[in-house]
Design a protein around this ligand. Structure first.
Ligand code: COA
Ligand code: AMP
Length: 633
């Protein structure tokens, strides 16, 4: 007998036009679409062609007009700044966003222009995003843990008219000064920035640069509010850069109409949340989770969203998540498994949990990396609510695999994000593109078209869009993840097929770290692998082969290399360990055997590849790995 989930899922694949037209009825349109899905130019698919809408109107104004003006849209809770809190109603948000749109207009930003937002977790970050959406400008949020070089690459790629930033971020025990990074990036970039909108934070006042910097508060006080502008459903809402395949970040484009429809739909059917409820994604606006589930989806659905500036532990303790859930009556929370591993490590018996009333709390969602069964069971035991692993990517903007509790809760299988979400025809393919039977590992692919919100292209890089994602398996989107599906159609995501590693739920490219290491004057050759870490899931580990004749102490070179990565990519890379080796293991054709090195480091079983040039190198690598604390078994 087929379940409610089976029926909805089957309909989404058999009649995508009807399915997504119906979902789109829940969205405000200035003009309805002419075509639900334009599939005339594969692999470029467009949703709701001919339709006109506005993201900010659907997130904010619509709710004020419908009587939600007095409800909180955001609750900002900031334990890192000593417990500052701020509640912003939908009516207040409408006022602030309309005025910020006015600020943008006053500095010459209009429809189609790009704006980089480099902000910590403060409400102004969301206001800036929504302000861009209000006037049809395209935002590109850059995570605050990235270094000037990463910021400058993004400036040169998307050529923004302005940057919106703050004077600092606040990390436990240290203030992260933003202006030196912004100045560094502006100096490095070829594209010249006209204006910087600067939010002065009390922790770090900075003198503005005359002629360029505009003070957030002064500009807001003087600004004329601006109304929402109808934009095409197919217009870009944002560009979000992500890692993979090479060191050069990819500018994932999110379009307007499909994004609103899919995210609004997901709140009800994936997360089982009602309008008016309090929803909390403990992530950062710099990541896709933050875009989708701190800012857009909860607002599309008329929920209250928590904006949390803190960490799961140490701000001040491992009970902070429970305090926030209890104090703000959170019904649904979304975070990364690493956050729960951090809490479990500090408070394994959940002593702090017992101090709080979590009676409103219904469901915990985890994503960003695979939820390991230990963490799953611990969270279930502690919280006594369903704990749902779900799987998704920057490229899709919402879950591809989940237990859609808003439709029906399916049995949980530890280690699996459950089944494909309606709209996603997920298939496991072998190297030749042949569909694999249940239980067999292969490339996890989605048969095209992707459902609404799936990225229509990469910014200014159509060929790369095809080359990176659509070329290997024609007719499919290649997710870059490898895994299998079982007899019940459950997905198991086991590994990446490219250079991506996942550090504390953050997606990083080992290729990008290698590029930085290779730029060190003493390094002839290098390799970076992701090694298993109990807290962060994976950590990057570097191997350096030095140029002939270099005879400085190895510790000195390693320490410089570590500093260089922090300086060029940022602290978020968490690159702390590297070792000098005589040579790297390679195939006879010269390919570095990173996979084998990773298996040795993690003490996993491995076969010496038949194509290896010199098997003795593996013993050398193993010895070096032991000396830095790996390959112990
Ligand atoms: N601006 C500047 N620096 C930042 C930053 C930001 N926005 N975010 C992180 N950093 C820095 C940290 O200060 C740290 O620097 P350090 O090397 O000087 O200590 C480094 O980047 C690594 O940060 P982080 O990954 O946060 O590690 P941590 O050791 O401080 O904390 C966890 C570990 C598990 C508590 C933390 O990673 C966490 O809360 N993860 C949740 C993951 C998440 O939200 N993922 C998003 C996808 S859902
Ligand atoms: P990002 O684009 O930064 O969200 O990273 C997406 C990648 O993170 C995916 O391609 C996976 O490799 C990994 N990922 C995210 N969620 C999960 C999950 N629930 N299980 C396994 N891997 C995940």
């Amino acid at each position: 007998m087929s379940s409610r989930f089976d029926e909805i899922y089957a309909r989404s694949l058999n009649d995508p036009h009807g399915f997504w037209a119906e979902a789109a009825e829940d969205v405000h349109w200035y003009k309805r679409w002419d075509t639900v899905l334009d599939d005339s130019k594969p692999p470029f698919y467009r949703w709701y062609v001919g339709g006109e809408t506005n993201t900010c109107y659907n997130a904010v104004d619509r709710h004020v007009e419908a009587g939600r003006g007095a409800q909180n849209a955001f609750i900002y809770d900031s334990p890192v700044t000593g417990g500052v809190q701020r509640k912003i109603t939908y009516a207040e948000l409408q006022d602030e966003v309309a005025r910020f749109a006015g600020v943008l207009k006053s500095i010459g930003v209009g429809y189609g222009d790009r704006v980089i937002i480099y902000m910590p977790m403060v409400p102004e970050a969301a206001i800036a995003m929504l302000g861009c959406a209000r006037i049809g400008a395209v935002h590109s949020v850059v995570f605050g843990g990235f270094a000037p070089n990463e910021l400058s690459t993004r400036i040169d790629d998307c050529k923004p008219k302005a940057i919106v930033t703050a004077t600092c971020g606040v990390e436990p025990g240290r203030i992260v000064q933003y202006m030196p990074m912004v100045e560094g990036a502006i100096d490095l970039a070829k594209h010249k920035i006209g204006k910087v909108v600067l939010l002065q934070r009390p922790q770090q006042p900075v003198a503005p640069k005359a002629g360029r910097d505009i003070d957030w508060h002064e500009a807001m006080a003087a600004a004329e509010p601006v109304d929402c502008v109808p934009v095409k459903a197919t217009d870009p809402l944002y560009i979000l850069y992500t890692s993979g395949t090479t060191g050069q970040p990819k500018g994932v484009v999110r379009d307007t109409g499909g994004h609103i429809v899919a995210l609004k739909w997901s709140m009800q059917y994936v997360y089982g949340v009602d309008p008016g409820e309090v929803y909390w994604a403990a992530s950062d606006v710099g990541w896709v989770v933050g875009h989708s589930y701190i800012v857009y989806a909860p607002l599309f659905h008329g929920c209250t969203s928590i904006m949390f500036e803190g960490k799961p532990v140490g701000t001040p303790d491992a009970g902070v998540f429970w305090r926030v859930i209890s104090e703000h009556k959170v019904s649904t929370m979304f975070t990364a498994p690493t956050a729960f591993r951090a809490i479990k490590r500090e408070d394994p018996d959940g002593k702090l949990l017992k101090q709080y009333d979590l009676s409103n709390f219904r469901t915990l969602f985890l994503a960003g990396e695979r939820t390991d069964p230990d963490t799953l069971h611990w969270a279930e035991d502690m919280l006594k609510v369903p704990v749902i692993d779900h799987w998704w990517q920057t490229e899709t903007g919402w879950a591809m695999g989940a237990n859609c509790i808003g439709i029906e809760m399916l049995p949980v299988k530890p280690g699996s994000p459950t089944r494909p979400v309606p709209g996603y025809d997920i298939q496991i393919l072998d190297g030749k593109g042949k569909r694999l039977p249940a239980g067999k590992m292969g490339a996890i692919c989605v048969k095209l078209p992707l459902p609404p919100s799936g990225f229509p292209t990469l910014w200014n890089a159509e060929q790369r869009y095809i080359g990176s994602y659509m070329a290997k398996f024609p007719g499919y989107y290649e997710t870059g993840d490898a895994g299998f599906m079982d007899e019940d159609g459950y997905i198991f995501v086991m590994a990446r097929t490219d250079d991506v590693i996942n550090v504390a739920g953050h997606r990083l490219s080992t290729g990008a770290i290698e590029e930085v290491l290779a730029s060190h004057r003493d390094v002839a050759e290098c390799a970076v692998i992701g090694v298993a870490d109990q807290l962060k899931g994976q950590l990057p580990l570097g191997f350096l082969v030095l140029k002939a004749g270099v005879n400085r102490p190895h510790e000195e070179i390693v320490s410089e290399a570590v500093k260089l990565v922090r300086q060029e990519i940022g602290p978020v890379a968490a690159f702390k360990t590297a070792a000098v080796v005589e040579r790297l293991p390679k195939t006879r054709s010269g390919k570095i055997l990173r996979g084998t090195m990773q298996k040795i480091a993690d003490s996993a079983d491995y076969k010496v590849p038949a194509t290896i040039d010199d098997p003795a190198v593996l013993d050398e690598i193993s010895t070096v790995l032991k000396s830095v604390g790996y390959a112990r078994r």
